[in-house]
Design a protein around this ligand. Structure first.
Ligand code: GLP
Length: 261
């Protein structure tokens, strides 16, 4: 894992956008995995800026969302599909038919989950997967105790995650769905390059557990240690619990040729 500690979240967002721009530069028809949550928002704003100011085109890109609530219609303002359209894809030239998200309102959710994994494979697999991390170490909506080999499937949200996400539902936890459909940890690990973003002191503990702790289903993000090409981009506040922070700074920061760039 490459751990890049940046002075500010804004500096990290530039690096994330660089990774995506390079992937698109190598292959215009690249497949990008998108995450919701606040962590990637600055990166998305930077991609929108590059599209507007430099002509970075997403016309041939396929985008796959990590997860979706079950029980919210896709048009609900807090569905993850609505979120990513509002925060990113509506501002790019990505064709609407190239945005894929798990179908949380399917009549047959199990079949929809299998079809979603198949669609990712049919698109050629994810080239760059953007990830955030939950306070309990979840990735996508794979809560603690999720199988490290899991595929896209129905999951139940923890109380902690529903409390965290109630800020998007007028602070009312009763409005937060109890279930979701999420790419599995095994699905996520199939991506060729994974970029995890974490900012702020609330993420310091889960980041340290994910990067330096044992690989365990109780910290789903720790499964990323099994992947050959993961870049973790954290600001100073999210890095404070890392035992080897100085080593990471020395190895990865201000190094123009670090592996992904
Ligand atoms: C949600 C999403 C995750 C996201 C996490 C952290 O639960 N399903 O994909 O990583 O929240 O969100 P934030 O980045 O807002 O802290």
């Amino acid at each position: 894992m490459e751990i890049v500690i940046t002075d500010t979240p804004e500096a990290g967002a530039v690096l994330v956008a660089d990774v995506i721009e390079r992937a698109i530069g190598r292959d215009r028809a690249s497949v990008i995995g998108l995450a919701t949550g606040s962590s990637p928002l600055l990166s998305y704003r930077e991609l929108i800026r590059r599209h507007r100011d430099t002509g970075l085109s997403f016309a041939d890109v396929e985008a796959f969302l990590l997860d979706e609530y079950v029980g919210l219609h896709a048009d609900h303002p807090e569905s993850y599909r609505s979120f990513i359209k509002r925060e990113l894809t509506d501002h790019l030239d990505l064709p609407g038919s190239n945005l894929h998200s798990p179908d949380g309102s399917a009549a047959d959710l199990a079949a929809a989950a299998v079809a979603y994994d198949r669609a990712i494979v049919d698109a050629g697999g994810v080239d760059v997967q953007i990830l955030g991390i939950g306070r309990d170490g979840h990735i996508g909506f794979n809560e603690p105790s999720s199988s490290l080999g899991s595929r896209t499937r129905l999951k139940t949200l923890t109380e902690e995650t529903r409390i965290d996400n109630s800020r998007f539902f007028d602070g009312d936890i009763d409005q937060v769905p109890r279930h979701c459909m999420t790419q599995g940890i095994g699905t996520i690990l199939d991506a060729r390059h994974i970029v995890m973003i974490a900012n702020g002191d609330a993420k310091a503990k889960p980041v340290a557990l994910a990067v330096e702790g044992p690989i365990t289903a109780m910290v789903p993000a720790s499964a990323l240690q099994l992947h050959p090409h993961v870049t973790v981009i954290v600001d100073e506040a999210a890095s404070v619990a890392l035992t080897h922070a100085d080593y990471y700074r020395h190895t990865y920061r201000n190094k123009p040729s670090w592996q992904t760039l």
